[in-house]
Design a protein around this ligand. Structure first.
Ligand code: HEC
Ligand code: HEC
Length: 223
């Protein structure tokens, strides 16, 4: 509205600018492959922190009864497939779907064992989840990084928020404590960020960068 009012000089100029804005805003909505990868990684982790769609509150049909988990958290992909992507709770992982096409993966997450619907996820969300499953999830069981390089990355990328000792954000435990307690989830969040929090995601950079930072953070003070 405001833009329109200040552009009354000539209806034509106004219309041209408006058309330009419309074209720009529709372009800005389409995520790049890198942006989709991060969106997919976050939806996998904890979709209801960031979704614009429906949030399920009942227990997921594939959650084993003896797992002791009920309610909305059972709909997090990570609850069943883990942050090592190799599976949790006796359910297999997602690494078997590495490299599969988006259509194949989307068919799996819409199947009767999964039941994710378009009331929950937009088309772009489904594409983003598929991108993450196909290309983002990797076997992390044998990864180890260069601690010295990781320190350089930490002091330049992370320390502004976390401090050089990882203790500056006081409403969470020290970074060193979190990473040692939950190493798989921490690497996931270094790559894809913590859903709903103001963390950068490193996944557009080579995997080595995240692994180096991760290895260094394990050496930070834990209290
Ligand atoms: C409540 C548990 C549960 C949740 C939550 C869940 N899954 Fe699954 N998933 C399963 C089960 C069970 C299978 C089938 C494993 C089998 O065939 O034995 C499966 C299989 C898969 C496979 C096929 C793996 C392969 O090796 O081919 C993919 C990919 C997958 N899930 C992705 C997802 C994604 C993405 C999400 C979140 C949007 C998700 N799953 C959420 C239980 C779950
Ligand atoms: C812009 C600020 C910012 C930057 C830069 C940043 N973080 Fe964070 N980080 C946060 C916030 C905010 C949280 C969530 C705090 C909370 O849970 O209360 C967080 C949480 C974390 C957590 C805990 C995640 C969890 O599972 O709860 C780890 C580990 C972490 N950051 C590591 C890093 C590393 C490593 C880097 C550099 C690659 C980094 N962060 C860069 C703001 C930042």
């Amino acid at each position: 509205m405001k833009i329109n009012v200040t552009l009354v000089k000539g209806a034509l100029t106004g219309l041209t600018v408006m058309a330009g804005l419309v074209a720009y805003s529709s372009q800005a909505q389409a995520l790049t492959p890198e942006g989709m990868m991060v969106r997919g990684g976050q939806l996998y982790d904890w979709y209801y922190q960031i979704t614009t769609g429906d949030i399920q509150t009942g227990t997921h049909v594939s959650m084993p009864a003896d797992a002791g988990q009920t309610g909305k958290k059972t709909w997090r992909c990570s609850a069943c497939h883990g942050f090592n992507y190799a599976g949790d709770l006796g359910i297999g992982g997602i690494l078997g779907a590495s490299g599969k096409s988006a259509d194949e993966i989307i068919a799996i997450i819409k199947d009767a064992k999964h039941n994710y619907t378009s009331d929950m996820f937009t088309d772009e969300d489904f594409q983003s989840l598929a991108m993450f499953v196909s290309k983002g999830a990797v076997d992390i069981s044998k990864l180890s990084g260069d601690v010295k390089k990781g320190q350089g990355y930490f002091e330049t990328i992370c320390a502004a928020c976390h401090g050089n000792d990882g203790k500056k954000i006081t409403d969470m435990p020290p970074v060193g404590a979190v990473v040692n307690k939950l190493p798989d989830r921490s690497l996931h969040r270094i790559r894809f960020s913590k859903p709903g929090d103001s963390m950068p995601a490193l996944s557009a950079l080579p995997l080595d960068v995240s692994v180096d930072v991760w290895s260094y953070t394990k050496t930070l003070p834990q209290e």
